[in-house]
Design a protein around this ligand. Structure first.
Ligand code: HDE
Length: 724
């Protein structure tokens, strides 16, 4: 009798570096070119692939050239449709390990045994842009995780923001059409700063809360390792006794929540459009693995009365003050894909890939997704057998009577392709005991109608809560983002509607800060379409909504620029380099030319970037070592000073040892239009200057952990309200 092996859940914890079950399952599909000879797709050896078969040296090519035809035909069909949303993405393999058995909440197999590492594949993405668009678009980020569990695949298909634009999936085509490039001109690429998006926002005020997240710094993350993830909808956890509780899923990054500033984002997009993809790839190659803790907010039916919002409404979050997030396990991303197309492009996530112990709710956004994710792959991956693509296969056997269709490559033996059958011995038989998936037997009923509950109509309270929970710096950035986005909207009536019907209902200070800049000099709060009365959220602010609440436990994965010229103090660079590498930070030596740069006392450093190929926006911090000749040369050329001024303007940590301090002081004095010795104290915040290298690395890494020093700019300081 076929039975599903449970052996893998009894295995001891695997050593890092030992292939996990998914890695091992992918192995038979890998093809390695080393030591091979070129063949056709039929395995026929090919001695020459530079010239087509021709009738005479200068004659026409021949149709019988099967190698030419195969090569060109395959090339002609290399592209598949890109995802209709989330087209641009980057993936990584890793594993998930639970901290303690969660049997009281759920019977999900992968949440029981802390000794088991469940393989995962994660795909991060932007939403609006095409496959080739840039990474630092102001956008939502997708954060989709496929857990290859011993009970089948579980997909947690989330975003880096905890709420969504709309409440019902039937409006998804509308919101996506509105935000994507405009229908007539296909402009702008990967940007929400245009008329159709803001037209939709003004007329569909349920978007208010998510729009605020989109305008916040969350929309321009420093890296995929420094953003949170959210399952968004309310799901259910079900234990072995059949008891169901509600749950919101979270990913908490151990590297903290960090973003870039908008000026950097626009520059990075030109300088390195693959910034996030590269950072993910390079961090993994360097062993600075991105890590996230899985967080659960678990609550029961009995808690619902105390919530001033409807848990089925995906435009609402459950504040962590109402239900704390329990951190129950850790995910580590430790292996880059072997092949982008085979893995990252062909991976197919589906919110309906559920395992026993996890179930869905009646959230009407979620319900539509249950249809969409299977449906979309039929076109994108060319038929119904995409689950057989290696990256999508579960690590457990698949047996059923589904058959045929494009690209079906399982060869099922026997005649009995139906159930019930006797001639196949009744196989595959039904699961018995607790192993099979059983839906929560929730009682449902009611009149059939296109209807929205009143409990969904409070569009603004949580948008206000979000805004009021931000630090002044974050509020300021949000107001600036709105000034930029609405400033790009051509139609004044759209700007007016957004300012008066949306922003004014969220926060009058915000509306007054934005309105006059975008051609709405007098803000008049007006009711928004279909909006119900605001509901008291019970809290004035939620600390967890500010990025400052999670600075992180590690700085691994960060990049530091080291500016040198011939004659630099090599021992200083060596000491700093060692300390940074020990902290998982990558130092990158930048000079005016590539290759080995000689130090003052015989040492050398390899410059892998020049001032022509690297800008300060690509780095988290800058370090300038001493060495009189090096400092003099860097000062003589404008590039190093410009590099430092820009890093400083973006509030980044700057470090200097011995003579390096002169260069930093000169740059800051230029920026402040002051004498090098009279630069204001707050301007020096996060500028770590040391006479010698002793003790410097510790102070510098501490500064890197702060990420940004907003206090440098008096107008960015905390406290007070948004500047008009
Ligand atoms: Fe998606 N979404 N979505 N979405 N979504 C897709 O599926 C859809 C929604 C999310 O890296 C598509 O395979 C509908 C919320 C991610 O491959 C498509 C609705 C959240 C990804 C689709 C939503 C997401 C997708 C396009 C409203 C956060 C990328 C390609 C009812 C919780 C997955 C594909 C990857 C992708 C439909 C709303 C996250 C068309 C109809 C809410 C991370 O099926």
């Amino acid at each position: 009798m076929p039975s599903r092996s449970k052996s893998s859940s009894e295995q001891p914890p695997q050593d890092p570096g030992v292939p996990d079950a998914k890695d091992a399952a992918l192995e038979p599909f890998r093809s390695r070119p080393e030591g091979t000879v070129l063949t056709t797709d039929q395995g026929v050896l090919i001695p020459q692939t530079d010239d087509s078969l021709r009738a005479g040296e200068r004659g026409p090519s021949l149709l019988e050239d099967f190698h030419l035809r195969e090569k060109i035909t395959r090339f002609d069909h290399e592209r598949i449709p890109e995802r209709v949303v989330h087209a641009r993405g980057s993936g990584a393999h890793g594993y998930f390990q639970v901290y303690r058995p969660l049997a009281e909440y759920t019977k999900a197999a992968f949440l029981q045994d802390p000794a088991v590492r469940t393989p995962v594949f994660v795909r991060f993405s932007t939403v609006q842009g095409s496959r080739g668009s840039f990474d630092l678009a102001r956008d939502v980020r997708g954060f989709a995780t496929k857990f290859y569990t011993t009970a089948g695949n579980f997909d947690l298909v989330g975003n880096n923001m905890p709420v969504f634009f709309i409440q019902d999936g039937i409006k998804f085509p509308d919101v996506v059409h509105a935000v994507k490039p405009e229908a007539d001109s296909e402009m702008p690429q990967a940007a929400s700063a245009h008329d159709t998006f803001w037209d939709f926002v003004g007329l569909a005020p349920e978007t208010a809360h998510h729009m605020m997240w989109l305008m916040s710094d969350r929309a321009i993350p420093r890296s995929y390792a420094t953003m949170e993830g959210f399952g968004v909808h309310t799901f259910r956890l079900v234990n072995a006794e059949g008891r169901s509780r509600f749950v919101k899923f979270h990913w908490k990054p151990l590297a903290g929540i960090h973003s870039v500033v908008w000026d950097e984002a626009t520059k990075i997009n030109g300088m390195d459009p693959d910034y996030h993809r590269r950072s993910l790839w390079e961090s993994i190659e360097a062993g600075a693995f991105p890590e996230y803790e899985l967080g659960l907010q678990v609550f029961g039916e009995e808690d619902l009365d105390r919530f001033p919002f409807d848990i089925l409404d995906a435009t609402k979050l459950v504040p962590e003050e109402l239900v704390p997030v329990e951190r129950v396990g850790k995910m580590v991303l430790n292996r880059n894909p072997d092949n982008f197309f085979a893995e990252t492009e062909q991976v197919a996530f589906h919110i309906g890939n559920l395992v026993p112990g996890i179930d869905v709710t009646n959230d009407p956004l979620l319900q539509a997704r249950l249809f969409s994710y299977l449906d979309t792959q039929l076109t994108r991956l060319g038929g119904p057998n995409f689950h057989e693509i290696p990256i999508n296969r579960p690590i457990v056997p698949v047996h059923n009577h589904q058959q045929d269709g494009f690209h079906h490559d399982t060869i099922t033996t026997g005649k009995a392709n139906y159930h019930p059958n006797s001639i196949g011995g009744g196989c595959p038989v039904m699961a018995t005991g607790d192993d099979g998936y059983v839906h929560v037997p929730e009682k449902v009923g009611g009149p059939k109608a296109r209807q929205r509950p009143d409990s969904f109509r409070d569009f603004f309270s949580q948008a206000t809560l979000f805004f009021r929970s931000l630090s002044l710096v974050e509020q300021q950035h949000l107001a600036n983002a709105l000034r930029f986005e609405l400033g790009k909207v051509m139609r004044v009536e759209i700007r007016e509607r957004v300012v008066n019907e949306i922003l004014a209902n969220i926060d009058m200070d915000l509306a007054n800060a934005v309105g006059p800049v975008v051609g709405v000099p007098t803000v008049e709060a007006r009711p928004a379409r279909g909006a119900g009365a605001p509901r008291d959220q019970g809290i004035e602010a939620s600390a967890a909504l500010s990025q400052l609440s999670l600075p992180g436990e590690t700085i691994k994965g960060r990049q530091v620029a080291v500016l040198v010229a011939p004659g630099f103090a090599a021992p200083e660079v060596e000491a700093v380099r060692e300390a940074l590498i020990a902290a998982g930070v990558t130092p990158v030596v930048i000079s005016s030319m590539l290759g080995p740069i000689p130090g003052a006392d015989g040492g050398a450093a390899e410059a892998t970037k020049t001032f022509a190929t690297a800008g300060s926006v690509l780095f988290d911090a800058v370090y300038v070592p001493g060495g009189p000749a090096s400092v003099a040369a860097l000062r003589a050329g404008a590039a190093a000073l410009q590099f430092l001024r820009e890093a400083h303007a973006h509030y980044k940590p700057i470090g200097a040892t011995s003579e390096g301090a002169e260069l930093v002081r000169t740059a800051l004095a230029q920026a402040e239009q002051a004498e090098p010795d009279s630069v204001r104290g707050d301007v020096m915040a996060g500028v770590v200057i040391a006479e010698s290298v002793a003790g410097f690395p510790a102070d510098f890494t501490q500064a890197i952990a702060r990420h940004r020093f907003w206090e440098r700019d008096a107008t960015q300081q905390m406290g007070g309200t948004v500047r008009p």
